[in-house]
Write a protein that binds this ligand. Structure first.
Ligand SMILES: Nc1ncnc2c1ncn2[C@@H]1O[C@H](COP(=O)(O)OP(=O)(O)OP(=O)(O)O)[C@@H](O)[C@H]1O
Ligand SMILES: [Mg+2]
Length: 690
């Protein structure tokens, strides 16, 4: 099991009988230590089923299972490789009876939780319920129950929320249900209060391994402690510089507490990075540099200097997406990246994915969105695409069925069923069938009338779309159509929460805007960077979109470009990475320290976590890294000037010699950079919002 491991890794892998912490920077082979140690433990005679390896996501668990299988063969199947939450489910299914839970208890998703909270708190407003949900979740993560939360409440709002929590908990018990946080909290209670269950689990588990240890929260720490007991046979691997879930209750205290709680703890540090080139690693080290150090670490790579990190400045977000696509295409053309799966575009927030999705679709590049829903998979966008498909191809039956019922127009299930039977009998599409003169023999006149009306409406739309050109007329046409079919009302009627409906309506408007721009030639379809002025009619545009909306089928082979949030990219690696949207306000989020105002302690802490997030992003890249930002960005419906992220200036630092104080150099660079950024913003503001 020591093949492919350096000495420090071997030390961690071979240390079997006591608590072990591997503390090391990104890409230094921590996860590799875990998979190899599983093999080593089995080799040393521990039964596979007595080993548990805990990962941060289900996806990471699946990957680790695969790697373990390659290393140790079939036996790996017996190892319990899962997330903390999945382990919790297993414990509760086996032993939840001690807490009054039946083995077949249900696990609620967030929507269920929201509706139970609405009921418990006597409100119909989903947004309010979600606020309670957030507060309750954070209490649960700190290990507090309703009574304890009420006792420590700081104000009336917290007191009320704690009382709602009590009613919420009563309901969960009555429904034999648990929420996501209970999957950690209840097993903890189980082990704490029931010695026989605790003994059973401590006997059962011969060794517990934990990946991404820096992102565990207080209840997970306690759970681990009770699972491994006094003997403390566990291996935790982590990197304090990659702790990015502070906002969800993860705490670095868990790292600090380990040596105190386990005096025999063996600490292993790994210093060689096997993932990235020196150029990428230097950028990462420079960004994380200013953060206070919990444990001193140095990281080096032997993969050579490699390509310099590219800073890509763009005019606006669409431009950024186009340049990203152009970069991917050029790297492929140069033979540096063969497969689509060699590429990832990473960003801060889910909503940033949209422009990249659109640009990739235009260029017919397959992709997947991880850590969030794809813009084109949203129900409202799928609704609109169904209509477009129907204009373009009347014989598209699935599109017909979706359009004729979205929004509802008094054409019911039975009518559609009869139409379907009739159509298949005569080998017609649904659309052809509805105009057939003998349809009256199977449907009442009123139903035929409604179908005809719908058919004529679609024909009319198709005709008008063909004669609509230019952005302005396209926009007007699309808005009129949405008004005709009362789509906005349909969204509001179908959603409990006005806020959610409004967000969906905004997506619809964005989509229409995007189509309209393509009609005006404002967006170039040849995936170049320049803007062309060639106008298209709306039907032509609909045609390309209709084609694109079926592209997602191609994702299945998984040789696709990854679009991902930074949080969801943790632990993963790609040969080529684009870190997009690196502007102040997004990364770091909401800067507060502009204009030399003194910053609060809370903000300083936030900024440290932002810096770690950037570090996580940079260190995903193996061979090439581009960091991009745009000079203007959309805020709501408006374009506002944007400043490049402060982290960009910090990354670009050259290699420092030991004599130089990097902080002084950083200060100077920052000042120069801030000056440039202000000039850029002023220039952008002067040219208007366009
Ligand atoms: N001793 C080694 N020899 C060769 N390659 C290695 C070695 N150790 C790790 N690697 C490779 O380096 C890359 C990074 O390893 P790994 O993912 O285990 O790092 P990590 O420390 O878990 O990173 P992260 O902090 O991002 O989770 C992987 O491609 C892995 O296969
Ligand atoms: Mg890892």
């Amino acid at each position: 099991m020591s093949a492919g491991l350096n000495l420090a890794q071997q030390e961690a892998v071979n240390y079997l009988h006591g608590p072990c912490l591997v503390l090391a920077g990104a890409g230094s082979g921590k996860t590799r230590v875990i998979t190899h140690k599983i093999g080593r433990l089995i080799q040393a005679g521990l039964e596979a089923k007595r080993i548990a390896a805990i990962t941060f996501t289900n996806k990471a668990a699946a990957e680790m299972r695969e790697r373990a299988k390659q290393l140790v063969g079939r036996e790996a199947k017996e190892v319990l490789i899962c997330t903390f939450h999945a382990l919790g489910v297993r414990m509760m299914r086996q032993d939840g009876a001690a807490l009054g839970l039946k083995p077949q208890f249900s696990i609620l998703d967030t929507d269920d939780v929201t509706s139970i909270l609405k009921d418990a708190g006597g409100t119909t407003d989903a947004a309010t319920a979600r606020q309670w949900q957030w507060a309750i979740s954070s209490w649960k993560n700190q290990g507090l129950n309703a009574a304890q939360a009420e006792a420590q409440a700081k104000d009336d709002l917290e007191r009320t929320t704690a009382r709602i929590m009590a009613r919420y908990e009563e309901r969960l018990t009555a429904y034999q249900s648990v929420d996501f946080d209970d999957l950690i909290g209840l097993p903890l209670k189980l082990l704490r209060d029931h010695a026989e269950v605790r003994d059973k689990w401590q006997q059962q588990l011969g060794h517990v391994l934990v990946d991404e240890y820096q992102d565990t929260n207080a209840t997970q720490y306690e759970l681990l402690k009770l699972l491994v007991g006094e003997r403390g046979r566990f291996t935790a691997v982590g990197d304090d510089d990659q702790s990015i879930y502070g906002w969800r209750g993860a705490t670095l205290d868990n790292l600090k507490k380990l040596p105190q709680d386990y005096p025999t703890l063996k600490v292993v540090k790994l210093e060689q990075n096997y993932r990235s080139t020196s150029a990428i690693l230097r950028a990462a080290n420079n960004v994380i540099g200013p953060n206070p150090k919990l444990f001193p670490k140095t990281l080096f790579s032997e993969l050579g200097e490699g390509e310099p990190v590219r800073i890509v400045d763009c005019d606006h977000e669409e431009h950024e997406a186009e340049r990203t696509v152009a970069r991917i295409q050029s790297i492929r053309a140069n033979g540096l990246g063969k497969d689509w799966k060699d590429f990832a575009v990473l960003y801060r927030a889910n909503h940033q994915a949209r422009v990249f999705e659109q640009a990739l679709r235009k260029a017919q590049i397959p992709y997947k969105v991880s850590g969030g829903q794809s813009f084109f998979d949203r129900a409202e966008i799928r609704d609109l695409c169904a209509w477009l498909r129907l204009w373009v191809n009347n014989d598209d039956d699935p599109a017909f069925l979706r359009s004729v019922t979205t929004p509802k127009r008094g054409i019911g299930h039975q009518t559609l069923q009869s139409l379907g039977t009739f159509a298949s009998k005569y080998k017609l599409s649904l659309f052809e069938a509805l105009f057939s003169s003998s349809l009256g023999s199977v449907l009442p006149a009123r139903a035929v009338g409604s179908l005809h009306e719908f058919g004529r409406y679609v024909n009319d739309l198709e005709f008008r779309a063909r004669h609509t050109e230019g952005a302005e007329s396209a926009r007007a046409f699309l808005l009129e159509w949405l008004k005709d079919i009362a789509y906005e009302k349909h969204l509001y009627d179908g959603e409990d929460s006005e806020k959610v409906a409004a967000a969906r309506w905004t997506n619809v408007l964005e989509f229409c805007d995007w189509m309209a721009q393509r009609c005006g030639g404002e967006i170039d379809d040849t995936a170049g960077v320049s803007l062309t002025s060639e106008k298209k009619n709306l039907l032509e545009v609909a045609q390309t979109i209709a084609l694109l909306s079926t592209i997602s089928e191609r994702e299945k082979d998984q040789n696709v470009v990854t679009l991902s949030t930074l949080h969801a990219a943790k632990g993963l690696e790609w040969p080529h990475v684009v870190l997009a949207g690196c502007v102040e306000g997004l990364l770091p989020f909401k800067p507060e320290d502009e204009g030399g105002k003194p910053v609060s302690e809370e903000f300083a802490q936030r900024l440290q976590e932002e810096r770690r997030l950037m570090y996580v992003g940079i260190t995903r890249a193996q061979r090439s890294l581009a960091v991009s930002y745009s000079k203007r960005r959309k805020k709501g419906r408006e374009m506002v000037p944007a400043m490049p992220s402060r982290f960009i200036a910090e990354m670009a630092l050259e290699k420092t010699t030991t004599k130089e104080d990097p902080r002084e150099k950083l200060k100077a660079l920052r000042a120069e950079f801030a000056k440039k950024a202000t000039e850029t913003a002023a220039a952008a503001a002067a040219t208007g919002n366009g």
